[in-house]
Write a protein that binds this ligand. Sequence first.
Ligand code: NDP
Length: 495
Amino acid sequence: MQQQSSLVTKALLIGGEHVINHNQKFESVNPATGEVNYFLSLATASHVQAAVASAKAAANDPAWRFMLPHLRARLLSRIADGISARIEDLARLQMIENGKVWSECKAQAASAAAIFRYYASVCETLGAEITPSRGDYLSMTSYEPYGVVAAITPWNSPLTMEAQKVAPALAAGNAVILKPSEITPSTALLLGEIALEAGLPPGLLNVITGDGATTGSALVSHPDVRMVSFTGGTATGKHIARIAAERLIPVALELGGKSPHIIFDDANVDAALKSVVDGIFEGSGQSCIAGSRLFIQRGVYDQVVEALVTRAQTIKVDAPEASGAEMGPVAGFRHRSHVERLVAVAREEGGQILAGGARPSGAQYERGSYYLPTVIAGLNNRSTAVQQEIFGPVLCVLPFDDERDLVAQANDSAFGLASGIWTANYQRAWRVAQALETGLVWINTYKQLSISTPFGGFKESGIGREKGVTGVRLYQQSKGIYWSMDPANFPAPNQ
Ligand code: NDP
């Protein structure tokens, strides 16, 4: 094992400069091995102050503020090219920090490039509007950036989430300060480097690493931060929303989920099963849209559960880079304890563990934070493990009788992020899709995602919609402009 003293300390990226905090640093730990990867600099309040000052100056620079959209788009395209050229580097950083399997990390890095490319084209093509006038004037709506935007991201999919915030915020004309999770800080730092190499002026993308209490708090409280885009847990999101309310600044919140995945008895059960397995066990269940509550109509309940348990028991849990690995460790040892605690509660509340419910045994798992794919039956929809987000490879299966019973159970949740319906009856699919209180509904598919479709949740799953053309508007404020066509006829009566 490497001597800790020989490990590098990564720098913050502030105003295009690399700044190392030699006095306050923190470890990055590989969840597959328990080894320390390197150290990161902790950004204190004074680093946050410097980052905000540099972002503010960069945002106000007329060269950026009034940059023509096609030129801004060119910069975004060059960042996309830079990401494409470094897919393996980015994927490796994510893999050694959150333990996701190599194929998923690579796919997410490629997706980050695609996100920048998409927002380059949105930037170039999205216009202002001429609105219908009700008098002798021309009225328009134009869109302006907020200035300095704080982007705060979680550890489960930093590659895509960082791109999802940074690309539209830059396309909208802002400067961004990116605060990644302390568990996965390095993809953000490399993204900052790539942006600089692509020619993005210094200060437009600052990356500050550190924990939420120190770095994140200082960032959202800073008076020159004019908008916060946050993805993470619901409790943290509410805390940030309270600070934003006090400061009267807008927030976009992408929060937790406890998504119902539903199989009616007329469904294509084989296709549904594959989708259920991927929907919960991919990424070790650490996905806000994981289909963690599986509702199965009673007529196919036994058949589905039996097949599901067999499949869960054969998922290949292995080192993230191992060939054929389907599931790596969960993102850390503390997080595994959280998963274990909720599975213990499920047991206490009468849950029957049909698969998993334990760490895998074997020498190759001993040093990492591995946990087996777990299937729990026998709980009702109000029990703790069915209501709380576990954010791990744990699926609760519940029977239902009819559509009415299903909708009532599925909607009985504080969350409302996503849902999936499997049925051959298209009228029922439409009815249920409308009745479900979730920001996304998949019909005869699951976890299908596209950058062009707005993404976000109902209820405690968040406020605002990222992605899509309107993803840029999240980072802009509108301005109504009236041009009189006949100054003699002034003022026109209100209409
Ligand atoms: P957290 O809410 O703990 O953290 C998210 C980010 O917020 C991290 O960068 C964290 O920093 C930071 N943070 C924590 N406290 C504060 C604070 N007081 N002020 C400012 N920033 C703060 O979530 P996790 O990282 O544990 O991520 C898992 C959660 O994210 C799950 O609940 C999941 O559902 C949700 N999520 C939602 C998604 C969606 O799109 N709806 C997508 C992915 C995840 P640090 O960790 O360094 O302390």
